[in-house]
Write a protein that binds this ligand. Structure first.
Ligand code: ASP
Length: 585
């Protein structure tokens, strides 16, 4: 990269021995200053590419983070003074002319310091100077560029959809914007461009994509912000495999561009298999400890604890010695919090491989032997078992497996998995209406139509859908589905969800209309750019790859949003606050 221009001829971090004798002009922030007597001062100048040592022969009134232009001559550092830890450690700039471009008051923190996140966010412009943030945001930019390149190459058309819209349900609360011209009415900000991209398909655009901003008013956590970016895509006359192929290509291209490495080919497994083996719809397949069904072992058991609809377990290799009693008590408490009545554990003894544990007296020798065999356990291992309903067993063991075995997010190669055939509904709400697992525009699985048409209540939970998720290293990167493209089918799903034809007409009449005027079969997907960038930057928290993120309580500490607005503005919108504004500042 030698695009330097304006006040500078070169970037700090790119200067090396090959430049010896050259006159250069570099610009940046004063990173550090070291004085060796009156006549020898070392200035480390920093720009986004790195740091360059500049030698000055007199003291100057300079402070940390002053913005400087330094012109000088590149020379190899004298014998024995090279710094191998620095990319530019073999050279320095001499005969320097220093110009102060901007002064800096003492900073609230130095870019070298690890400080509290709220301080970082309040002064994000200082935090952004740190190499970590510089690197992260550049990885993110590469991801965006690569995704565009790949989607363009695959024949997708970039189309912008509006931000001020009617509600698009994705299972979260809408952010709303009051209308001035129609007082008392509100726009919703898009939870996703879902309905517009489907309308693009009805409009014959064939393949749509957008790097779209989505807004969802839900509780924030490490992998969630109110507003986030996703690659949103939709294509006509294609099925699930085609979409999974398009997205695999785009993500693979982003991975290659950001890391220089090929993404391994994704595994494909159904939701049921993911539950059976990993107790999760976000399987982290980077490590073993897979769940094993042990229900049959306890078919005849006398022990009440094991008399349950489902008993499963996994084996922790070497766990008998590594995991002490206190830790087991801790894990038991966790399992109870996750919904189990308790945790059954057994240590496999050395020598005779007998099972030790509070519940081992309830096991017959035959049961012990089958347990060892099914769990492929050896002496020194620890066995963890949960007995309950299948749902609870999977949830608890899935969480326990992650607690005990999950490597750091960025450890090892990426392990992408496509999880297919999700259930159409994830649960029943208090009124007995099913809650959609994705959104209500997802096509039910053709083999399960009977449950949908004739079933009700619990049997609706058996209906699978044509929905698929992309999971990488245990993180859900995104989801998509084959869509309903027929007004009658759409109405059937709305009815199953407890949405009457009148309500459906009022909220989604425009979509049902569109479906009546020639809708092609279509399918699509969306994945989170923030999550992908975080994964590739090795960050567990997406705030680290967002230039200006919000805190856990939804505040922007830098600009002070959200805040009250002027009474005159409220009046214009026809609004009167029922409670005084609160906020972090
Ligand atoms: N609209 C969905 C979402 O934002 C993705 C999709 O189904 O394409 O999660």
């Amino acid at each position: 990269m030698s695009g330097a221009q304006g006040l500078r001829t070169r970037y700090c971090g790119e200067i090396g021995l090959a430049d010896e004798g050259r006159q250069v002009s570099v610009c940046g922030w004063l990173d550090r200053r070291r004085e060796h007597g009156e006549h020898l001062v070392f200035l480390d100048l920093r720009d986004h590419t790195g740091v360059l040592q500049c030698v000055v022969d007199r003291r100057l009134a300079l402070k940390g983070e002053f913005v400087l232009q330094i012109r000088g001559t590149v020379q190899g550092r004298p014998e024995g003074t090279a710094n191998p830890a620095l990319a530019t450690g073999e050279v320095e700039l001499i005969d320097c002319a220093v110009e102060i471009l901007s002064r800096a008051e003492p900073l609230p923190f130095s870019p070298h310091e690890d400080v509290d996140e709220s301080l970082r966010l309040r002064h994000r412009y200082i935090d952004l100077r740190r190499p970590r943030m510089q690197g992260n945001l550049r990885i993110r930019a590469k991801v965006n560029a690569a995704i565009r390149e790949s989607m363009d190459a695959q024949g997708f058309v970039e189309i912008e959809t509006p931000m001020l819209i009617a509600s698009t349900p994705e299972g979260a609360r809408d952010f709303v914007v009051p209308s001035r011209l129609q007082p008392g009415s509100f726009y919703a900000l898009p939870q996703s461009p879902q309905l517009f991209k489907q309308l693009c398909m009805v409009g014959g655009l064939d393949r749509y994509y957008q790097i779209a901003r989505c807004l969802r008013d839900e509780d924030l956590r490490a992998d969630r912000q109110f507003e986030f970016m996703q690659l949103d895509a939709e294509a006509s006359f294609v099925g699930a495999e085609d979409v999974m192929g398009f997205i695999t290509t785009a993500v693979g291209h982003a991975v290659l561009s950001a890391t220089g490495e090929e993404m391994p080919k994704p595994e494909v497994m159904t939701w049921q298999e993911a539950q059976d083996r990993f107790g999760s719809d976000k399987p982290d397949v980077r490590f073993g400890m897979e769940l094993v069904d042990l229900t049959g072992v306890f078919a005849e058991t006398e022990a009440r604890v094991f008399q349950a609809a489902c008993v499963k377990g996994f084996c922790v290799p070497g766990g008998a010695t590594e995991i002490g009693r206190n830790r087991i008590d801790e894990l038991t408490a966790m399992c109870k919090k996750w919904g189990a009545r308790g945790l059954a554990w057994f240590r496999v003894r050395g020598g005779d491989s007998a099972l030790d544990g509070a519940l081992s007296r309830f096991l017959s020798p035959a049961e012990s032997a089958t347990l060892l065999e099914l769990l492929e356990a050896d002496s020194g291992d620890l066995l963890m078992l949960i007995a309950s309903s299948e749902r609870i067993v999977n949830r608890v063991l899935g969480s326990l497996r992650l607690e005990l075995g999950r490597p750091p997010l960025d450890e090892g190669a990426l392990s992408p998995v496509w999880v297919t055939d999700f259930p159409l509904f994830e649960a029943l709400d208090a009124d007995g209406n099913p809650i959609p697992a994705h959104h209500p525009f997802t096509m039910p699985h053709p083999d399960d139509m009977d449950y949908l048409v004739r079933g009700g209540g619990e049997s609706l939970l058996k209906v699978r859908s044509m929905a698929y998720d992309l999971v990488v290293n245990g993180w859900e990167l995104g989801s998509g589905s084959v869509r309903i493209h027929d007004a009658d089918m759409q109405q059937r799903v709305f009815s199953a969800l407890g949405i009457s034809p009148e309500q459906a007409e009022r909220r989604f009449g425009f979509l049902l209309d569109a479906f009546r005027y020639g809708a092609p079969p279509h399918a699509g997907f969306a994945f989170g750019i923030d999550r992908l960038a975080a994964l590739l930057a090795g960050e567990e928290n997406i705030r680290e790859v967002i230039a200006f993120p919000k805190t856990q309580s939804g505040s922007d500490l830098l600009t002070g949003a959200p805040g009250p607005i002027l009474p005159a503005h409220l009046a214009e919108l026809g609004l009167r606050p029922a409670i005084p504004a609160t906020g972090d500042r």
